[in-house]
Design a protein around this ligand. Sequence first.
Ligand SMILES: N[C@@H](CCC(=O)N[C@@H](CS)C(=O)NCC(=O)O)C(=O)O
Length: 202
Amino acid sequence: MKLYITPGSPYARMARIVVIEKGLQDRVEVLAAQTRVADSPYYRINPSGRVPYLVLDDGVGLEESAVICAYLDHLDGSPRFDPPAAAAWQARRLEALARSMLDGLAVWGRELARPENERSPGVLQHEASRSRRMADLWEKELDPPLMRGPLNMVQLTLGCALGLEARNPDFRWRPGHPNLDDWYSRVASRASFMATRPPGSS
Ligand SMILES: N[C@@H](CCC(=O)N[C@@H](CS)C(=O)NCC(=O)O)C(=O)O
């Protein structure tokens, strides 16, 4: 299988982490894609131009980090990242909150990637405020066993969202959020997170 990524994409990072966590390095070739440029050869592989994108051995392509993570996790018939049935709705609720934070940060990052004179101050301010509200929210949502137990999609998504501090110096979520800081230290120290740290990480 081929997994297309960019080194800085938090969505692609989620899939890369699952590859490592599930020991799939021998089966999945990780390839850097050229995104956001006119006429990239990558558009012939994935017309949407987005990463992550997983191409199976029979040529079928899968998009969306959640779909790719689930596919990779289920490959061996022993999924590890699915929540226990009794916590399924809570997991969906928390994963949606983590993804909401991540999506906002991605919009913020995209705006910062534009030339300075083309950036919208309104968008920058809106996303900075959203990220602060979401950090406040997560500071109080870390008690459920889903946040403390084995790695799952909620933790993976939130961890990759918080890791964007390496890409965006204005995303300073740690001050005032000691619980989140503690929580993140544990997740970020996993070998899979360390091996996929975005460019700019210290
Ligand atoms: N909802 C998608 C989002 C993927 C996404 O937006 N990826 C960005 C990189 S962070 C991308 O490929 N951007 C290139 C483009 O928009 O052309 C997912 O979860 O996989």
